[in-house]
Design a protein. Structure first.
Lengths: 156, 426
């Protein structure tokens, strides 16, 4: 079914695609983060001191975040991070979020980035968080349903 | 499934130019994310995109400038990163200053008004009850929805400008009558007779944001003489501690003449009682200072000071003689300052050492002379954001306490005798 898939998937989930793209990377779970005031788009690190992910990078990862939080200026910071290649490669949320979606859409319009943003159920989100390895998102243009898959081993 | 009008489709098809097509793609793509089934006309827009976040901010706007695109509806601008009238106040990097200035001016080239205020509802022409608008800036959104009864969702960077250029917005969220019904009832103890009550409105707003998140709440028990400035403080704090975009004040705000009207006939999903002790506890929570600690500055006007607030401040200043003992900043808009010219209030305050900051705000950009140490404010929003944004500590008190403290050069509170209990609802 997935000819472009180079990894052995151990599990696969259906997701709602908010933006299209194909991404593969290390899955990184974080608590809700406001990109504005919380993420440095130049260095690509979480800078909110009280955040559990403080100091971590989100560059190139598949970001697993239940929901977003904070200022609508977060759209700008996300676009800036995507422009600087310090942003995530793909994003998985449980709750629909306009601020994140606008950031991904505008980055696509300005810089032709293809970052899939998908929604999964709370149960599937839990399962994705439990896998320590690589996650793949396949959200094809024009299709409302995307596929999210986890690798059976972290090594590709 | 989103249904486009003929005109929408024409815009998407670049019949009105590539800039309009880009704006329309952003509007329609976000409409799809929101699950809107159609777009509606808007009568005004307020843009939060002139605060500089990096090169992407400029890349976006310059695409429209280059394609000679213009906004389609009356459009005001939120604060920028600098005071264009007093550029010498800026203490940051010169390269950032140049880019930030270009960002502000590029928006004017698109046909936006050079308002540069977070309180566009203090301008002469403001939306009316029932007007469909696309506003950004969290405190402006909550004020427009709650106090004016205009209808806007929580717009933010990019979508605000895209809506202004197309004159269209997704018909979803708070544009829709049913979504404006209150879900949560907050019953607050009567704090109307307390002195320095401005801080209690902000404290109530802080609790509202924590309790409601993004849900619509109705507040029962607001003083019958509640002013617009007090609702401004309440809303700004609620939109900072939570994602509040609309609240109703029973008997106070236009969509809530009665409890039943605010809830559109349905029962509240949740009822929360707020005591005076809880409001006092929030006030202590926002305050990081002890009485008697030395102040480097006082900052008022977040959101931007109104004419009435300037009159109150001016009256407070007449009760103190001598010089200020710390820096004193008031953030406001050019338009409010112009209205003050005839009364001479601004000149009098300036002659006593007050620095009036225009076009921007002291908590988002380096304009204060001293950026470390203790700064006092009466703004719940400033108290929440300034420590992380600019690295200062915050003393939090009423406008009266702020003025008293500024002349003393140290933190002075009027009442410090309450027990130090915890806030149960935080």
């Amino acid at each position: 079914m997935n000819a472009m898939n180079p990894m052995n998937t151990s599990a696969s989930f259906r997701a709602e695609a908010l933006t299209s793209g194909f991404a593969q990377g290390r899955g990184v779970f974080i608590e809700p983060l406001s990109f504005w005031g919380g993420y440095d788009a130049e260095t690509g690190t979480v800078v909110e001191q009280s955040h559990p992910a403080f100091g971590q990078t989100l560059a190139g990862v598949i970001l697993l975040m239940r929901r977003a939080k904070g200022s609508s200026s977060s759209s700008s910071v996300l676009v800036e991070a995507i422009r600087n290649k310090t942003g995530p490669a793909g994003i998985v949320l449980c709750e629909r979020d306009l601020i994140i979606a606008i950031g991904v859409i505008v980055a696509n319009e300005l810089y032709a980035s293809q970052i899939p943003l998908v929604l999964v159920s709370s149960e599937d989100f839990e399962r994705l968080c439990k896998t320590s390895g690589v996650i793949q998102i396949d959200a094809r243009a024009g299709e409302e349903t995307a596929r999210v898959a986890t690798a059976s081993s972290p090594a590709l | 499934m989103l249904q486009l009008s003929e005109r929408d489709a024409a815009m998407l098809n670049a019949d009105a130019g590539s800039g309009v097509a880009l704006a329309m793609r952003i509007v329609t793509r976000t409409a799809n994310v929101m699950g809107a089934d159609r777009l509606i006309d808007i009568t005004s827009a307020h843009i939060d995109g002139c605060l500089y976040h990096g090169a992407a901010s400029l890349d976006f706007v310059e695409r429209f400038v280059q394609s000679e695109t213009r906004v389609a509806v009356p459009t005001t601008l939120n604060v920028g990163s600098l005071d264009l009238i007093h550029p010498e106040l800026y203490q940051g990097e010169p390269s950032t200053q140049r880019a930030a200035e270009r960002l502000m001016k590029a928006h004017i080239e698109l046909g936006c008004e050079s308002s540069f205020t977070c309180a566009p509802y203090q301008l002469k022409h403001r939306p009316k009850l029932g007007d469909q608008i696309a506003w950004a800036e969290s405190n402006a959104i909550v004020f427009a929805n709650s106090v004016l009864g205009a209808r806007t969702s929580r717009y933010g960077d990019f979508l605000d400008l895209a809506a202004a250029i197309t004159g269209r917005a997704p018909y979803a969220g708070l544009h829709v009558t049913e979504n404006r019904a209150a879900r949560i009832l907050i019953r607050v103890a009567d704090f109307g007779a307390l002195s320095g009550r401005d801080v209690f409105f902000a404290a109530l707003g802080f609790l509202l944001g924590k309790a409601a998140g993004a849900s619509v709440a109705a507040i029962d028990g607001l003083p019958s003489d509640t002013t617009e400035d007090e609702l401004k403080a309440l809303g700004a704090a609620a939109a900072s501690s939570g994602a509040v975009a609309l609240f109703h004040g029973i008997g106070i705000t236009p969509e809530a003449p009665t409890l039943d009207a605010a809830f559109q006939g349905k029962p509240p999903a949740r009822v929360i009682d707020v005591s005076l002790d809880e409001l006092r506890a929030v006030r202590r929570h926002l305050n990081q200072a002890q009485p008697g600690e030395t102040l480097v500055a006082v900052s008022l006007g977040t959101p931007h000071f109104s004419v009435t607030e300037f009159e109150q401040l001016s009256a407070l200043f007449t009760t103190f003689s001598g010089a200020l003992a710390c820096d004193f900043y008031v953030n406001t808009s050019r338009f409010v300052l112009w209205q003050l010219e005839s009364s001479g209030i601004a000149d009098t305050l300036a002659s006593r050492g007050v620095q009036i900051v225009l076009d921007t705000c002291t908590y988002i950009t380096p304009v204060m002379k001293k950026m470390s140490g203790l700064v006092m404010t009466n703004s719940g929003k400033w108290a929440l954001y300034a420590p992380a944004n600019i690295g200062v500590r915050v003393a939090y008190g009423s406008m009266k306490e702020c003025v008293h403290s500024a002349f003393a050069g140290k933190v002075c509170f009027d009442e410090r005798d309450e027990p130090d209990e915890h806030i149960s609802q935080l």
